[in-house]
Design a protein. Structure first.
Length: 258
């Protein structure tokens, strides 16, 4: 239990430090001018200024159902000014001289959260809107994606336990390997032991998982988050090198003694 508590404390500390670094790095990738344009469009949408919003739409997305769609999205905005609007997603791509900005924002109001998405296209000096989406949220993304055991299933507990056990097992075996007299290429054995193979990934928020057969990880396990508002992903791998070494340790030592 003490080990689990220590790991939780370390996990929280690492997450806090990583979060600060992630936020600073994330801010650098936000296109400031386009972000301001997107926020202005969302403000006009919330104010039900449909004429102004439709003027900014790209000709390729204008059709007879646009006005009804704008009305439906505008109805999701709560009355009054939001408490805050944070950029939670930003992706920029350029193809054949045309740049597309995919920007996602989180709106906090007194009793509601909204997730909005604006896709802008810059062609030469002209910026138009390719897409608009509004999604009501029950809580903020940081709260939704925070690390907690509340509401988690057996798979979460198994992965969490293995994320602690596998690195400890590999470190223990590394110490044994280092102390074992091996005549040739001992460094290869150390490297083999230090790696885990075949990666299993678990999204801590929604429980989705995936397997990458051709993959390896130092010390066999780890966790990461793609951004300050993204879910935590746990990765665990099979400690193949450590297991093989333990089976061959005596023969390796005997061969060296001989």
């Amino acid at each position: 239990m003490r080990l689990v508590k220590s790991f939780l404390y370390l996990l929280g500390l690492l997450a806090l430090l990583a979060g600060c670094d992630q936020q600073a790095m994330f801010e650098k990738f936000i296109p400031k001018e386009e972000s301001a344009i997107a926020k202005d469009i969302l403000s006009r949408l919330a104010a039900k200024d449909y004429v102004a919003v439709e003027k900014e739409l790209d000709p390729s997305v204008k059709n007879t159902s646009v006005h009804a769609a704008l009305e439906q999205m505008a109805a999701m905005f709560p009355p009054g000014e939001p408490v805050s609007i944070n950029t939670v997603g930003a992706n920029t791509s350029t193809v054949n001289g045309v740049t597309t900005y995919d920007l996602t924002f989180e709106h906090e109001s007194s009793n509601a959260w909204l997730l909005t998405n604006v896709v802008l296209q810059r062609r030469d000096a002209q910026v138009t809107v390719l897409g608009l989406h509004v999604t009501p949220m029950k809580q903020s993304l940081k709260e939704l994606n925070r690390f907690t055991f509340a509401g988690k299933g057996i798979l979460h507990y198994i992965v969490f336990a293995l994320a602690i056990a596998i690195p400890l097992f590999i470190v223990f075996t590394l110490v044994l390997c280092f102390r074992t007299p091996i005549a040739k290429r001992k460094w290869l054995w150390l490297l083999f032991v230090a790696l885990g193979f075949v990666q299993f990934s678990l999204n801590w928020t929604d429980g989705t998982y995936g397997i990458q057969p051709i993959s390896f990880a130092l010390l066999g396990a780890g966790f990461f988050s793609a951004g300050p508002y993204a879910p935590i992903i746990f990765n665990i791998t099979f400690p193949l090198g450590a297991i093989i070494f333990l089976f061959k340790r005596r023969s390796l030592g005997a061969a060296n003694a001989g």
